[in-house]
Design a protein around this ligand. Structure first.
Ligand SMILES: Nc1c(C(=O)O)ncn1[C@@H]1O[C@H](COP(=O)(O)O)[C@@H](O)[C@H]1O
Length: 163
């Protein structure tokens, strides 16, 4: 099996076809200087890869997992069942049900296994990256300073006047 990549934040997705959405998770991480890795891992199509990833991520330096999937999106929940790390779930918009299926598959976890589910699509993926950075900032004061500055820049970029 090819070596799985691990970083402080590791972003996994059920298919290469999820990448245009999941790439958005990398934006806030890059802007805030948080190292991340990416991989295709599927509960359905690559169960052995998913099990290896989920059971070893905490021993390999990953602190937060972002998992995106569409349709019958079991990946985030299955990973959450096998890791002590926080898992942020991103529902990827599906072809036939526009992501409602993905959202419900990810958000309706049974009590005792938690996934921090974000909004459907690219904004959800972006917020997943931001949330991961905020989690890491709890123990990284320099990152917290960068987050505060990032927020201030965002506020300043919203125009006051309506055109
Ligand atoms: N939901 C899952 C899982 C999983 O949950 O393990 N593995 C793949 N998929 C999803 O299938 C959709 C279609 O995949 P393809 O485009 O490869 O056919 C993708 O959105 C993927 O996340």
């Amino acid at each position: 099996m090819k070596e799985l990549p691990f970083e402080k934040v590791t972003i996994v997705m059920g298919s290469q076809s999820d990448w245009p959405t999941m790439e958005m998770a990398t934006k806030p991480l890059s802007e805030l200087g948080v190292p991340f890795a990416t991989a295709v891992v599927s509960a359905h199509r690559t169960p052995a890869r998913m099990t290896e990833f989920a059971t070893t991520a905490h021993e390999r330096g990953t602190q937060v997992i972002i998992a995106g999937a569409g349709g019958s999106a079991h990946l985030p929940g299955m990973i959450a069942a096998m890791t002590p790390l926080p898992v942020i779930g991103v529902p990827v918009a599906s072809k036939f049900m526009t992501g409602m299926d993905s959202l419900l598959s990810i958000v309706q976890m049974p009590k005792g296994v938690a996934v921090a589910t974000q909004a459907v699509g690219a904004s959800g993926a972006f917020n997943a990256g931001l949330m991961a950075a905020q989690m890491l900032s709890l123990t990284d004061p320099e990152l917290q300073k960068r987050l505060i500055a990032w927020r201030e820049k965002q506020s300043a970029s919203v125009p006051f006047e309506v055109e």
